[in-house]
Write a protein that binds this ligand. Sequence first.
Ligand code: SF4
Ligand code: SF4
Length: 461
Amino acid sequence: MAKAKVWFADVRPKEGLYAGGLIHKAKDLFYEAGISDCISKGDVVAIKIHIGEWNRTRCLRPEFVAAIVEEVKEMGGQPFVCDTTTLPYHIFNSRCYSFIEYINAYRHGWTPDALGCPFIIADGLVGNDDVRVDIPEGLILKETYIARCIADADVLIPVTHFKAHPLTSIGGAIKNIGIGAQSKRGKYVTHLALWGDPSEALGYPLVDPSRCKGLDCPYHEFCEKACPEGAIKVDKDGLHFDFSKCNLCYSCQVLCLFTAGVGAIGFRAEYFPAAQIAMADAALGCLKTKKPGKVGFISYAVDIDATFCDCFPVAEMPACPDLGVFASKDIVAIDTACVDMADNSPIMPNSKAEEAGLKPGDDRFKVTSGTMWTPRIHLKAGEMIGMGTMDYELIVYEPKETPETFGKWQINKVSGVIPTVKLSEYYKTLHPLREKYTPEKPPKRVSTKEFLEVLLKKMPT
Ligand code: SF4
Ligand code: SF4
Protein backbone atom coordinates (compact mmCIF):
# COMPACT_ATOMS: atom_id res chain seq x y z
CA MET A 1 0.00 0.00 0.00
CA ALA A 2 1.33 3.47 -0.91
CA LYS A 3 2.10 5.99 1.79
CA ALA A 4 -1.00 7.77 3.00
CA LYS A 5 -1.04 11.56 3.21
CA VAL A 6 -1.70 13.18 6.55
CA TRP A 7 -1.91 16.95 6.82
CA PHE A 8 -0.90 18.63 10.05
CA ALA A 9 -1.17 22.23 11.19
CA ASP A 10 0.57 23.34 14.38
CA VAL A 11 -1.49 24.80 17.19
CA ARG A 12 0.95 27.74 17.28
CA PRO A 13 0.48 30.58 14.80
CA LYS A 14 3.93 30.48 13.25
CA GLU A 15 3.53 32.67 10.19
CA GLY A 16 0.85 35.15 11.04
CA LEU A 17 -1.61 36.15 13.67
CA TYR A 18 -4.86 36.06 11.75
CA ALA A 19 -4.30 33.14 9.38
CA GLY A 20 -2.65 30.94 12.00
CA GLY A 21 -5.40 30.12 14.53
CA LEU A 22 -6.33 26.51 15.22
CA ILE A 23 -9.85 26.80 13.83
CA HIS A 24 -8.58 28.73 10.80
CA LYS A 25 -6.14 25.93 10.12
CA ALA A 26 -8.81 23.24 10.57
CA LYS A 27 -10.91 25.00 7.93
CA ASP A 28 -7.90 25.20 5.62
CA LEU A 29 -7.10 21.49 6.13
CA PHE A 30 -10.70 20.62 5.24
CA TYR A 31 -9.77 21.76 1.71
CA GLU A 32 -6.02 20.95 1.68
CA ALA A 33 -6.65 17.30 2.64
CA GLY A 34 -9.55 17.01 0.20
CA ILE A 35 -12.21 16.36 2.85
CA SER A 36 -14.26 18.86 0.85
CA ASP A 37 -14.12 16.50 -2.15
CA CYS A 38 -16.14 13.88 -0.25
CA ILE A 39 -19.23 16.07 -0.46
CA SER A 40 -21.54 16.45 -3.43
CA LYS A 41 -24.33 18.99 -3.45
CA GLY A 42 -27.25 17.74 -1.39
CA ASP A 43 -25.30 15.01 0.44
CA VAL A 44 -26.35 14.36 4.03
CA VAL A 45 -23.15 14.53 6.08
CA ALA A 46 -22.77 12.87 9.49
CA ILE A 47 -20.14 14.61 11.59
CA LYS A 48 -19.34 12.14 14.38
CA ILE A 49 -18.06 13.64 17.61
CA HIS A 50 -17.79 12.72 21.29
CA ILE A 51 -19.80 15.16 23.39
CA GLY A 52 -17.74 14.62 26.57
CA GLU A 53 -18.94 13.32 29.93
CA TRP A 54 -20.90 15.53 32.33
CA ASN A 55 -18.43 17.93 34.00
CA ARG A 56 -15.59 16.72 31.77
CA THR A 57 -13.25 19.60 30.92
CA ARG A 58 -10.75 18.16 28.43
CA CYS A 59 -13.06 17.49 25.50
CA LEU A 60 -13.93 18.71 22.04
CA ARG A 61 -15.39 22.22 21.86
CA PRO A 62 -18.46 23.10 19.77
CA GLU A 63 -16.63 25.84 17.86
CA PHE A 64 -14.06 23.28 16.64
CA VAL A 65 -16.91 21.40 14.99
CA ALA A 66 -19.04 24.39 13.96
CA ALA A 67 -16.07 25.47 11.83
CA ILE A 68 -16.31 22.20 9.89
CA VAL A 69 -20.11 22.42 9.68
CA GLU A 70 -19.75 25.80 7.97
CA GLU A 71 -17.48 24.38 5.29
CA VAL A 72 -19.68 21.31 4.76
CA LYS A 73 -22.53 23.70 4.04
CA GLU A 74 -20.26 25.73 1.78
CA MET A 75 -19.80 22.55 -0.32
CA GLY A 76 -23.58 22.13 -0.58
CA GLY A 77 -23.79 19.37 2.05
CA GLN A 78 -26.53 18.96 4.63
CA PRO A 79 -24.62 18.32 7.87
CA PHE A 80 -25.71 16.98 11.21
CA VAL A 81 -23.47 16.50 14.23
CA CYS A 82 -23.95 13.30 16.20
CA ASP A 83 -22.91 10.99 19.01
CA THR A 84 -24.40 7.67 20.16
CA THR A 85 -25.65 6.11 23.38
CA THR A 86 -23.10 4.19 25.41
CA LEU A 87 -22.65 1.15 27.58
CA PRO A 88 -22.65 1.84 31.32
CA TYR A 89 -18.99 2.76 31.61
CA HIS A 90 -19.40 4.11 35.11
CA ILE A 91 -22.42 4.26 37.33
CA PHE A 92 -23.19 7.96 36.92
CA ASN A 93 -22.46 8.19 33.21
CA SER A 94 -24.63 10.66 31.37
CA ARG A 95 -24.66 9.08 27.92
CA CYS A 96 -26.13 5.60 28.31
CA TYR A 97 -29.57 6.58 26.96
CA SER A 98 -30.32 9.52 24.78
CA PHE A 99 -32.66 11.51 27.04
CA ILE A 100 -29.87 12.20 29.54
CA GLU A 101 -27.31 12.37 26.76
CA TYR A 102 -29.14 15.29 25.12
CA ILE A 103 -29.15 17.11 28.48
CA ASN A 104 -25.40 16.53 28.74
CA ALA A 105 -24.87 17.57 25.13
CA TYR A 106 -26.70 20.86 25.62
CA ARG A 107 -24.69 21.55 28.79
CA HIS A 108 -21.51 21.19 26.74
CA GLY A 109 -22.89 23.54 24.11
CA TRP A 110 -23.76 20.99 21.41
CA THR A 111 -26.83 22.89 20.26
CA PRO A 112 -28.08 23.77 16.79
CA ASP A 113 -27.44 27.44 17.60
CA ALA A 114 -23.78 26.76 18.39
CA LEU A 115 -23.22 24.27 15.60
CA GLY A 116 -25.29 25.76 12.81
CA CYS A 117 -26.97 22.40 12.14
CA PRO A 118 -28.97 19.71 13.99
CA PHE A 119 -27.37 17.69 16.78
CA ILE A 120 -28.70 14.15 17.13
CA ILE A 121 -28.10 10.95 19.04
CA ALA A 122 -27.67 8.61 16.11
CA ASP A 123 -28.92 5.30 17.55
CA GLY A 124 -32.23 6.20 19.17
CA LEU A 125 -33.50 6.50 22.74
CA VAL A 126 -31.74 3.47 24.20
CA GLY A 127 -29.39 2.66 21.33
CA ASN A 128 -31.36 0.02 19.42
CA ASP A 129 -31.63 1.83 16.10
CA ASP A 130 -28.90 0.30 13.96
CA VAL A 131 -27.80 -1.46 10.79
CA ARG A 132 -26.01 -4.83 10.84
CA VAL A 133 -22.78 -4.95 8.83
CA ASP A 134 -20.74 -8.05 7.93
CA ILE A 135 -16.97 -7.77 8.34
CA PRO A 136 -15.46 -11.02 7.01
CA GLU A 137 -12.03 -9.31 7.00
CA GLY A 138 -12.25 -8.78 10.76
CA LEU A 139 -9.51 -10.30 12.91
CA ILE A 140 -11.87 -10.94 15.82
CA LEU A 141 -15.32 -9.63 14.87
CA LYS A 142 -17.15 -10.85 11.81
CA GLU A 143 -20.18 -8.57 12.17
CA THR A 144 -21.17 -5.40 13.95
CA TYR A 145 -24.02 -2.90 14.25
CA ILE A 146 -23.76 0.73 13.19
CA ALA A 147 -25.96 3.56 14.48
CA ARG A 148 -28.61 3.98 11.81
CA CYS A 149 -28.32 7.73 11.30
CA ILE A 150 -24.58 7.36 10.71
CA ALA A 151 -25.05 4.38 8.41
CA ASP A 152 -27.74 6.15 6.39
CA ALA A 153 -25.78 9.38 5.82
CA ASP A 154 -24.12 9.86 2.43
CA VAL A 155 -20.85 11.16 3.91
CA LEU A 156 -19.07 10.58 7.22
CA ILE A 157 -16.62 13.03 8.78
CA PRO A 158 -15.43 11.86 12.19
CA VAL A 159 -14.12 14.93 14.01
CA THR A 160 -12.05 13.45 16.79
CA HIS A 161 -10.49 14.64 20.03
CA PHE A 162 -7.19 12.73 20.24
CA LYS A 163 -6.25 11.66 23.80
CA ALA A 164 -5.40 8.62 25.92
CA HIS A 165 -7.90 5.90 26.76
CA PRO A 166 -7.80 3.61 29.81
CA LEU A 167 -9.06 0.62 27.82
CA THR A 168 -7.67 1.05 24.30
CA SER A 169 -4.60 3.16 25.23
CA ILE A 170 -5.59 6.02 22.89
CA GLY A 171 -8.86 7.44 21.70
CA GLY A 172 -8.39 8.52 18.10
CA ALA A 173 -10.37 8.34 14.86
CA ILE A 174 -10.57 4.53 14.98
CA LYS A 175 -12.08 4.71 18.45
CA ASN A 176 -14.43 7.53 17.41
CA ILE A 177 -16.19 5.18 14.99
CA GLY A 178 -14.98 1.71 16.11
CA ILE A 179 -16.81 2.28 19.37
CA GLY A 180 -18.50 5.65 18.96
CA ALA A 181 -20.42 4.94 15.73
CA GLN A 182 -21.65 1.56 16.97
CA SER A 183 -25.18 1.22 18.36
CA LYS A 184 -25.61 -0.25 21.81
CA ARG A 185 -25.47 -3.83 20.58
CA GLY A 186 -22.60 -2.83 18.30
CA LYS A 187 -20.76 -1.64 21.39
CA TYR A 188 -21.54 -4.89 23.20
CA VAL A 189 -20.17 -6.81 20.24
CA THR A 190 -17.07 -4.62 20.06
CA HIS A 191 -16.48 -4.97 23.79
CA LEU A 192 -16.63 -8.75 23.27
CA ALA A 193 -19.83 -9.29 25.22
CA LEU A 194 -20.74 -12.88 25.80
CA TRP A 195 -23.57 -14.54 23.96
CA GLY A 196 -22.31 -18.09 23.76
CA ASP A 197 -19.55 -20.30 25.07
CA PRO A 198 -18.00 -18.72 28.20
CA SER A 199 -14.59 -20.04 27.16
CA GLU A 200 -14.80 -17.59 24.21
CA ALA A 201 -15.40 -14.62 26.49
CA LEU A 202 -12.16 -12.68 26.69
CA GLY A 203 -13.88 -9.91 28.57
CA TYR A 204 -15.22 -12.18 31.31
CA PRO A 205 -15.01 -10.38 34.67
CA LEU A 206 -11.88 -11.04 36.67
CA VAL A 207 -13.30 -11.49 40.15
CA ASP A 208 -11.36 -11.31 43.41
CA PRO A 209 -13.89 -11.45 46.28
CA SER A 210 -11.10 -10.91 48.82
CA ARG A 211 -10.77 -7.30 47.61
CA CYS A 212 -14.50 -6.53 47.88
CA LYS A 213 -15.40 -4.22 50.77
CA GLY A 214 -18.77 -5.93 51.15
CA LEU A 215 -21.44 -3.91 52.94
CA ASP A 216 -18.81 -1.28 53.78
CA CYS A 217 -18.59 -0.40 50.09
CA PRO A 218 -20.82 2.67 49.58
CA TYR A 219 -21.80 1.31 46.17
CA HIS A 220 -22.77 -2.23 47.16
CA GLU A 221 -26.47 -1.66 46.43
CA PHE A 222 -25.68 -0.20 43.01
CA CYS A 223 -23.33 -3.11 42.44
CA GLU A 224 -26.22 -5.56 42.76
CA LYS A 225 -28.78 -3.42 40.97
CA ALA A 226 -26.57 -2.51 38.00
CA CYS A 227 -26.37 -6.17 37.00
CA PRO A 228 -29.28 -6.88 34.64
CA GLU A 229 -28.90 -10.65 35.19
CA GLY A 230 -28.91 -10.82 39.00
CA ALA A 231 -25.44 -12.35 38.93
CA ILE A 232 -24.10 -10.29 41.85
CA LYS A 233 -24.96 -10.44 45.53
CA VAL A 234 -23.15 -8.52 48.24
CA ASP A 235 -23.89 -9.38 51.87
CA LYS A 236 -22.14 -9.56 55.23
CA ASP A 237 -19.95 -12.34 53.86
CA GLY A 238 -18.83 -10.21 50.92
CA LEU A 239 -19.18 -10.64 47.16
CA HIS A 240 -20.96 -13.61 45.59
CA PHE A 241 -20.57 -13.77 41.82
CA ASP A 242 -22.62 -16.20 39.72
CA PHE A 243 -20.68 -16.65 36.46
CA SER A 244 -23.46 -18.78 34.98
CA LYS A 245 -25.77 -15.74 34.86
CA CYS A 246 -23.29 -13.17 33.54
CA ASN A 247 -23.75 -11.97 29.95
CA LEU A 248 -20.87 -9.51 30.08
CA CYS A 249 -22.52 -6.13 30.09
CA TYR A 250 -19.49 -4.53 31.80
CA SER A 251 -21.57 -2.66 34.38
CA CYS A 252 -19.96 -4.33 37.36
CA GLN A 253 -16.37 -4.05 36.13
CA VAL A 254 -16.56 -0.37 35.40
CA LEU A 255 -18.55 0.28 38.56
CA CYS A 256 -16.05 -1.47 40.82
CA LEU A 257 -13.04 -0.01 38.99
CA PHE A 258 -14.12 3.48 38.06
CA THR A 259 -16.78 4.38 40.63
CA ALA A 260 -15.80 2.41 43.75
CA GLY A 261 -12.11 2.52 42.79
CA VAL A 262 -11.57 -1.01 44.10
CA GLY A 263 -11.08 -3.60 41.36
CA ALA A 264 -12.67 -6.60 43.09
CA ILE A 265 -14.33 -7.07 39.69
CA GLY A 266 -12.10 -6.13 36.78
CA PHE A 267 -10.64 -7.28 33.47
CA ARG A 268 -8.09 -9.93 32.62
CA ALA A 269 -4.99 -8.46 31.00
CA GLU A 270 -5.55 -10.06 27.57
CA TYR A 271 -8.87 -8.29 27.31
CA PHE A 272 -7.17 -4.97 26.50
CA PRO A 273 -5.40 -5.94 23.26
CA ALA A 274 -8.46 -7.95 22.18
CA ALA A 275 -10.67 -4.89 22.67
CA GLN A 276 -8.26 -2.80 20.59
CA ILE A 277 -8.37 -5.28 17.71
CA ALA A 278 -12.15 -5.71 17.87
CA MET A 279 -12.48 -1.92 17.81
CA ALA A 280 -10.49 -1.76 14.56
CA ASP A 281 -12.75 -4.47 13.08
CA ALA A 282 -15.84 -2.50 14.07
CA ALA A 283 -14.40 0.71 12.61
CA LEU A 284 -14.10 -1.09 9.27
CA GLY A 285 -17.75 -2.11 9.65
CA CYS A 286 -18.67 1.56 9.95
CA LEU A 287 -16.60 2.57 6.91
CA LYS A 288 -18.35 -0.14 4.90
CA THR A 289 -21.60 1.82 5.16
CA LYS A 290 -20.07 4.49 2.89
CA LYS A 291 -19.23 4.51 -0.82
CA PRO A 292 -15.53 5.00 -1.69
CA GLY A 293 -14.37 8.59 -1.28
CA LYS A 294 -17.16 9.56 1.08
CA VAL A 295 -15.24 9.59 4.38
CA GLY A 296 -12.67 12.09 5.67
CA PHE A 297 -11.07 12.47 9.09
CA ILE A 298 -10.18 15.54 11.14
CA SER A 299 -8.51 15.14 14.54
CA TYR A 300 -7.85 17.87 17.06
CA ALA A 301 -4.78 16.94 19.12
CA VAL A 302 -5.16 19.42 21.96
CA ASP A 303 -5.93 18.86 25.67
CA ILE A 304 -4.35 15.43 25.23
CA ASP A 305 -5.30 13.77 28.51
CA ALA A 306 -2.61 11.29 29.60
CA THR A 307 -5.04 8.69 30.98
CA PHE A 308 -8.73 9.42 30.76
CA CYS A 309 -10.85 9.57 27.65
CA ASP A 310 -13.74 11.99 27.22
CA CYS A 311 -16.07 9.48 28.95
CA PHE A 312 -14.72 10.45 32.37
CA PRO A 313 -15.84 13.36 34.54
CA VAL A 314 -12.22 13.98 35.52
CA ALA A 315 -9.11 14.88 33.57
CA GLU A 316 -5.43 14.04 34.03
CA MET A 317 -2.62 16.41 33.15
CA PRO A 318 -1.92 16.23 29.41
CA ALA A 319 0.43 13.53 28.14
CA CYS A 320 2.12 16.14 25.96
CA PRO A 321 1.71 19.76 24.89
CA ASP A 322 -1.08 20.73 22.52
CA LEU A 323 -0.05 19.66 19.03
CA GLY A 324 -2.57 20.98 16.52
CA VAL A 325 -5.01 19.63 13.96
CA PHE A 326 -4.61 16.64 11.63
CA ALA A 327 -6.62 15.71 8.53
CA SER A 328 -6.51 12.68 6.25
CA LYS A 329 -8.60 10.30 4.18
CA ASP A 330 -6.81 7.37 5.88
CA ILE A 331 -8.07 6.46 9.34
CA VAL A 332 -5.04 4.35 10.30
CA ALA A 333 -2.56 6.94 9.07
CA ILE A 334 -4.17 9.85 10.92
CA ASP A 335 -4.13 7.97 14.25
CA THR A 336 -0.56 6.80 13.67
CA ALA A 337 0.56 10.35 12.93
CA CYS A 338 -1.09 11.61 16.13
CA VAL A 339 0.53 8.89 18.26
CA ASP A 340 3.97 9.37 16.68
CA MET A 341 3.94 13.13 17.17
CA ALA A 342 2.68 12.85 20.75
CA ASP A 343 5.32 10.21 21.56
CA ASN A 344 8.09 12.44 20.22
CA SER A 345 6.90 15.64 21.88
CA PRO A 346 8.33 17.10 25.11
CA ILE A 347 7.38 15.53 28.44
CA MET A 348 4.95 17.75 30.36
CA PRO A 349 6.00 18.83 33.85
CA ASN A 350 3.87 17.44 36.69
CA SER A 351 2.49 14.74 34.38
CA LYS A 352 2.19 10.96 34.56
CA ALA A 353 4.76 10.73 31.77
CA GLU A 354 7.25 12.65 33.91
CA GLU A 355 6.41 10.58 37.01
CA ALA A 356 7.03 7.40 35.02
CA GLY A 357 10.42 8.70 33.85
CA LEU A 358 9.42 8.57 30.19
CA LYS A 359 11.49 10.27 27.51
CA PRO A 360 10.48 11.68 24.12
CA GLY A 361 10.35 8.73 21.73
CA ASP A 362 9.02 6.26 24.30
CA ASP A 363 5.65 4.59 23.75
CA ARG A 364 3.96 7.16 25.97
CA PHE A 365 0.30 6.12 26.05
CA LYS A 366 1.15 2.48 26.75
CA VAL A 367 2.27 3.70 30.16
CA THR A 368 0.19 6.79 30.90
CA SER A 369 -3.11 5.13 29.92
CA GLY A 370 -2.45 2.47 32.55
CA THR A 371 -3.22 -0.40 30.14
CA MET A 372 0.46 -1.32 29.56
CA TRP A 373 -0.47 -2.22 25.97
CA THR A 374 0.77 -0.14 23.06
CA PRO A 375 -1.97 1.65 21.09
CA ARG A 376 -0.16 0.47 17.95
CA ILE A 377 -1.99 -2.86 18.37
CA HIS A 378 -5.17 -1.45 16.91
CA LEU A 379 -3.26 0.59 14.34
CA LYS A 380 -1.58 -2.61 13.14
CA ALA A 381 -4.91 -4.43 13.21
CA GLY A 382 -6.44 -1.69 11.08
CA GLU A 383 -3.62 -2.13 8.59
CA MET A 384 -4.01 -5.93 8.57
CA ILE A 385 -7.69 -5.72 7.64
CA GLY A 386 -7.01 -3.24 4.82
CA MET A 387 -8.60 -0.25 6.50
CA GLY A 388 -5.54 1.96 6.01
CA THR A 389 -1.80 2.15 6.51
CA MET A 390 0.60 3.09 9.28
CA ASP A 391 3.01 4.26 6.58
CA TYR A 392 2.27 7.93 6.01
CA GLU A 393 3.70 11.13 4.64
CA LEU A 394 3.20 14.07 7.00
CA ILE A 395 2.46 17.30 5.17
CA VAL A 396 3.01 20.21 7.51
CA TYR A 397 0.73 23.07 6.62
CA GLU A 398 1.23 26.65 7.74
CA PRO A 399 -0.73 29.35 5.96
CA LYS A 400 1.21 32.37 4.78
CA GLU A 401 -0.28 35.63 5.89
CA THR A 402 -1.21 37.43 2.69
CA PRO A 403 -3.93 39.94 1.86
CA GLU A 404 -6.02 36.92 0.79
CA THR A 405 -5.49 34.81 3.92
CA PHE A 406 -5.40 37.67 6.43
CA GLY A 407 -8.61 37.41 8.41
CA LYS A 408 -10.09 35.03 5.81
CA TRP A 409 -11.92 32.92 8.35
CA GLN A 410 -12.65 35.83 10.70
CA ILE A 411 -15.46 37.01 8.46
CA ASN A 412 -18.68 35.72 9.96
CA LYS A 413 -20.37 34.09 7.02
CA VAL A 414 -23.73 34.10 8.76
CA SER A 415 -23.93 37.89 8.88
CA GLY A 416 -21.82 38.31 5.74
CA VAL A 417 -20.36 41.63 6.88
CA ILE A 418 -17.01 42.89 8.12
CA PRO A 419 -18.02 44.06 11.59
CA THR A 420 -15.61 46.99 11.91
CA VAL A 421 -16.71 48.42 8.57
CA LYS A 422 -20.33 48.10 9.66
CA LEU A 423 -19.57 49.73 13.00
CA SER A 424 -17.97 52.70 11.26
CA GLU A 425 -21.35 53.47 9.71
CA TYR A 426 -22.90 53.64 13.16
CA TYR A 427 -20.03 55.80 14.39
CA LYS A 428 -20.81 58.48 11.85
CA THR A 429 -23.96 59.30 13.77
CA LEU A 430 -23.74 57.45 17.07
CA HIS A 431 -20.14 57.58 18.26
CA PRO A 432 -20.52 56.74 21.98
CA LEU A 433 -17.87 59.28 23.05
CA ARG A 434 -18.54 62.02 20.53
CA GLU A 435 -22.08 62.39 21.82
CA LYS A 436 -20.91 63.63 25.19
CA TYR A 437 -17.32 64.89 24.85
CA THR A 438 -15.35 67.32 22.72
CA PRO A 439 -11.58 67.83 22.46
CA GLU A 440 -12.08 70.90 24.66
CA LYS A 441 -14.16 68.96 27.15
CA PRO A 442 -12.68 65.42 27.31
CA PRO A 443 -13.55 62.68 29.86
CA LYS A 444 -11.95 63.29 33.29
CA ARG A 445 -8.64 61.44 33.74
CA VAL A 446 -4.97 61.98 34.57
CA SER A 447 -2.87 63.61 31.88
CA THR A 448 -0.59 61.53 29.69
CA LYS A 449 2.38 63.40 31.17
CA GLU A 450 1.30 62.49 34.71
CA PHE A 451 0.72 58.87 33.69
CA LEU A 452 4.19 58.56 32.14
CA GLU A 453 6.15 60.48 34.74
CA VAL A 454 4.37 59.52 37.95
CA LEU A 455 1.92 56.61 37.75
CA LEU A 456 3.86 54.28 35.44
CA LYS A 457 6.99 54.69 37.56
CA LYS A 458 5.14 53.28 40.58
CA MET A 459 4.26 50.07 38.72
CA PRO A 460 6.26 46.85 38.99
CA THR A 461 8.56 46.13 36.07
S1 SF4 B 1 -18.33 -2.18 43.80
FE1 SF4 B 1 -16.62 -3.63 44.14
S2 SF4 B 1 -16.07 -3.31 46.28
FE2 SF4 B 1 -18.10 -2.42 46.01
S3 SF4 B 1 -19.54 -4.05 46.55
FE3 SF4 B 1 -19.21 -4.20 44.34
S4 SF4 B 1 -17.52 -5.67 44.08
FE4 SF4 B 1 -17.52 -5.01 46.21
S1 SF4 C 1 -20.77 -8.09 33.53
FE1 SF4 C 1 -22.03 -9.88 34.08
S2 SF4 C 1 -22.08 -9.91 36.30
FE2 SF4 C 1 -21.30 -7.90 35.68
S3 SF4 C 1 -23.14 -6.59 35.69
FE3 SF4 C 1 -22.91 -7.40 33.62
S4 SF4 C 1 -24.10 -9.27 33.54
FE4 SF4 C 1 -23.85 -8.72 35.67
